[in-house]
Write a protein that binds this ligand. Structure first.
Ligand SMILES: C[S@@+](CC[C@H](N)C(=O)[O-])C[C@H]1O[C@@H](n2cnc3c(N)ncnc32)[C@H](O)[C@@H]1O
Length: 355
């Protein structure tokens, strides 16, 4: 079919779509730059609204790049990270403000560490080889291993700076989402006297649960190199171990952003170990999972697109975002009798499993 079939407008609209997707990474890189330069903090320091000279006074950049910063702010504003208020008079300066999006990048429990992890060059660079990865047989090396010569877990184990980046990113996500979980569905923790957060990292989620439900005996299981950096706090107990070997006993097991890291066979192994560590259903035993159920929640385009992007992103470590069928497969294969999906966390869900 000749390229010129169709109206000129239809062709230009199609080209626009193509350009929009092709250049989408520039949007991510502009955000990464804003995080590096701490632009949101600079605006926050000015009470939530700042002109370019006021931002420049607070960030480190070479004076020759000032006009470039204006262009970067343009991208960040048209894409909704910051707002722009036009000057009242001709000679005035535009005022950049925080939007609900950039408000998530400032303050005490902000999401900057998680975004910094996802946009780190160690995480971004493997995706340049996605096409080559598709030509190799599974299981084979993950995208991360193809690029960096080691699985992500081995790399984390041997690189303390990257380990800190991962753990910090996870803690920031946990503080954010657990506030919402506790507010919206705190009932999932009712009636539990003990809970183990399996592969709980530095315990961001366990700490939030322990704070909201002081009667719940909370503990975290993670690998020794992670537990070595655990905070010294009294209301959460930290245990070094391997979830593929055994899991400490508790009323309930919590698994946040763990199963999407693994293929089905590994998930079944983890879930079987979880099942061994909890009492039967009539004694209150259950597994609480916080992860994505593709197709769950709202059905708008941004929601669907974000879930699809997350799924491909998990190829970095041969992980997967599962739809309900995918979840059902591993849940029943691990011997659970029933499950309940609560799609109340935006693109993520809470899933309860009953023995
Ligand atoms: C994506 S992070 C999730 C951390 C935490 N659940 C959260 O959402 O904040 C995955 C965690 O799995 C842990 N992990 C990986 N292999 C493990 C194993 N064999 N046993 C226990 N934890 C493991 C990692 O150290 C890491 O903390």
């Amino acid at each position: 079919m000749a390229l010129t079939t169709g109206t000129s407008q239809a062709l230009l609209d199609a080209q626009l779509e193509l350009w929009h997707t092709t250049f989408a990474y520039v949007k991510s890189m502009a955000l990464k730059c804003a995080l590096n330069l701490r632009i949101a903090d600079a605006i926050q320091l000015h009470g939530g609204g700042a002109t370019l000279p006021q931002i420049i006074a607070k960030v480190t950049l070479h004076p020759s790049k000032i006009p470039c910063l204006r262009r970067l702010m343009h991208v960040l504003s048209v894409t909704g990270i910051f707002s722009i208020q036009q000057p009242a008079d001709d000679g005035g300066e535009q005022v950049y403000g925080l939007t609900p999006v950039s408000q998530l990048l400032v303050g005490s429990s902000n999401l900057t560490p998680f975004m910094t992890l996802v946009l780190d060059s160690l995480v971004v660079s493997p995706f340049l080889d996605l096409g080559a990865w598709f030509q190799r047989e599974l299981p084979g090396p993950s995208l991360f291993e193809m690029k960096h010569g080691q699985s992500m877990w081995d790399f984390i184990n041997q690189n303390s700076a990257f380990c800190a980046l991962v753990d910090g990113g996870m803690v920031s996500d946990s503080s954010f989402i657990m506030d919402i979980v506790i507010k919206e569905r705190g009932d999932v923790f009712q009636g539990i006297s003990s809970l183990v957060d399996v592969a709980g990292g530095l315990g961001g989620a366990a700490q939030a649960i322990a704070k909201a439900f002081p009667h719940v005996n909370c503990s975290v299981l993670d690998l020794p190199q992670v537990i070595a950096s655990a905070p010294a706090i009294t209301n959460v107990k930290y245990t070094a171990g391997d979830m593929f070997e055994s899991i400490p006993s508790a009323n309930a097991v919590f698994l946040k952003w763990v199963l999407h890291d693994w293929g089905d066979a590994e998930c079944v192994k983890i879930l079987k170990n979880c099942k061994k560590s909890i009492p039967p259903r009539d004694a209150g035993g259950k597994i609480i999972i916080l992860d994505m159920v593709v197709g769950g929640g709202k059905s708008n385009l941004k929601h669907q697109e974000t879930q699809a992007l997350f799924d491909v992103h998990m190829m970095i470590m041969n992980g997967v975002e599962r739809d309900e069928q995918g979840w059902k497969k591993i849940i029943f294969e691990a011997g659970f009798s029933d499950y309940k999906i609560m799609p109340i966390l935006g693109v993520r869900s809470i899933i309860e499993l009953y023995p």
